[in-house]
Design a protein around this ligand. Structure first.
Ligand code: BGP
Length: 474
């Protein structure tokens, strides 16, 4: 549908960008921080470890000043659980509290709204050893951690996100380096969906606690949502796409918003002997969560068809699922171009995804990630020309505006990432930031910050509240 007149972005639209603690901070074992699962995992060959990252821990002042120069209204970052609680439970690390106090205050100094993710792929290693999300205790661990965050930062933080990409943790945890299965686990599928259930319960309790402790704050989830297309109009392909959508998207949002398990996924779990065990009271806890908004990450859509001939090997990245025998088979979309890293690019699918989420859940939406990973080059005169990123972001912002014109309630846009950082499994060379960090995969070089062309472009976008998306850079 075309609009004869598009609606403007809301006045208080939260323009900003995102990072996560384990990918940006560095200082991974400094000032009392305990290791997280990311610090003890084996990193993929040829990629940097996570000990220095962008050194945001030491350079946050310079980084926030650059975000302020871009005009950010919001900065989405995550809090490292094991920086606050080195062992995951028990004693609090005062230096951890101090760091996030400073970070939050630095944002507020410039009028930048901190949007805090409570958990972004970095389970404290000590808790991994105690069973991670497999044990029921994980619910209490997370809620206790949430309470500490609300007590210490709730006076200043108005926007909270519970778990980043719980769906990717469940579907492709091994790609991200987070899957922990108990030794000798006989039914991995059931175990994974038991972990998922614990996360659902934990985040629901954290939301209720947030509403109780911080009645003025807003809290929501942050899954990775994108609609899945059927390859053709063959009816069986549509059923396959519905299966894939249910498994990838609606299982999570149905549980977050309505407190129920999606029926398609539930039946599939039943047939595969993988239904999670409920503790007494879980149903009520899930129903009592009431998120205030839906945060979601969007990179691209997926496509599928019916088919049993699934290639072996499972998922190869967050954005590519090969399929599940008898349920759906993932296929490439021939209408879409891809990034240098093989991810399809689908701005129109962004609008479609927003419309779909809104028509199912009717809650305000915050885009918590979206962006393009590329091999950026620093020129001899200190420039980074990244027209491909500008083009990607422009096309996606245009689609948000169309979705707003469709009547969808959009709160803000926080693309990935504010600054270059380490990718989940493809190292430092896969850059997403508006701010370039002068380091290589293994050579830390100067660590100096440089403004990419997209920095100046986004600055103008924010200045004009999304009115001027033109791509020329002086
Ligand atoms: C999302 C994660 C981020 C992030 C981003 C880009 O799945 O929430 O942590 O890194 O994807 O992915 P990648 O780093 O694999 O390119």
């Amino acid at each position: 549908m075309q609009h004869s007149k598009v609606k403007a972005f809301p006045e208080n639209f939260l323009w900003g960008a995102s990072t996560s603690a384990y990918q940006v901070e560095g200082a991974n074992l400094e000032d009392g921080k305990g290791p997280s699962c990311q610090d003890v995992k084996e990193v993929p060959e040829g990629t940097s470890d996570l000990s220095v990252c962008a050194d945001h821990y030491h350079r946050y002042k310079e980084d926030i000043a650059l975000m302020a120069e871009m005009g950010f209204k919001a900065y989405r970052f995550s809090i490292s659980w094991s920086r606050i609680l080195p062992k995951g439970t028990g004693e609090i690390n005062p230096k951890g509290i101090e760091f996030y106090n400073n970070l939050i205050d630095e944002c507020l100094k410039y009028g930048i709204e901190p949007i805090v993710t409570m958990f972004h792929f970095d389970m404290p290693a000590a808790l991994d050893q105690r069973g991670s999300w497999s044990t029921r205790e994980s619910v209490d661990w997370f809620v206790d951690f949430a309470k500490i965050l609300f007590e210490n930062f709730g006076d200043r933080v108005k926007y909270w996100l519970t778990i980043n990409e719980q769906n990717m943790l469940t579907l492709v945890g091994s790609v991200i380096g987070t899957t922990t299965l108990p030794k000798g686990c006989e039914n991995p599928l059931k175990e994974i969906y038991q972990q998922n259930h614990h996360m659902l319960v934990a985040q629901a309790k954290a939301m209720a606690l947030c509403h109780e402790m911080l009645p003025k704050a807003k809290i929501g989830p942050a899954p990775n949502i994108s609609v899945v297309y059927p390859e053709s109009c063959k009816p069986e392909d549509t059923i396959a796409a519905q299966n894939a959508n249910a498994l990838r998207n609606w299982l999570y949002l149905d549980a977050y918003v309505y407190g129920i398990y999606n029926n398609i996924v539930w039946s599939w779990l039943e047939e595969n002997d993988a239904v999670p065990d409920f503790a007494p009271g879980d149903e009520e806890i899930l129903k009592n969560a009431h998120p205030d908004f839906i945060g979601f990450n969007y990179y691209n859509t997926a496509s599928c068809k019916e088919g049993d001939d699934i290639e072996q090997g499972g998922a190869i990245s967050q954005q590519e699922n090969l399929g599940i025998k008898g349920f759906f088979k993932g296929v490439r979309n021939p209408y879409l171009k891809t990034t240098e890293f093989g991810w399809e690019i689908d701005p129109v699918g962004f609008r479609g995804t927003i419309r779909e989420i809104y028509s199912r859940y009717h809650l305000p939406m915050l885009v918590t990630e979206n962006g393009l990973g590329a091999y950026d080059k620093l020129t001899e005169d200190g420039k980074i020309h990244d027209p491909y990123r500008i083009e990607y972001l422009k096309q996606h912002i245009e689609q948000i505006q169309l979705a707003i014109s469709d009547g969808c309630d959009m709160m803000g846009y926080c693309p990935w990432s504010a600054i270059d950082l380490i990718s989940t499994h493809e190292g430092m060379v896969k850059r997403y930031g508006f701010i370039y960090v002068d380091r290589d995969e293994f050579d830390l070089k100067t660590m100096a910050r440089y403004k990419k062309d997209s920095f100046y472009w986004y600055q103008r976008v924010i200045q004009t509240n999304g009115d001027d998306l033109s791509t020329q850079i002086e």
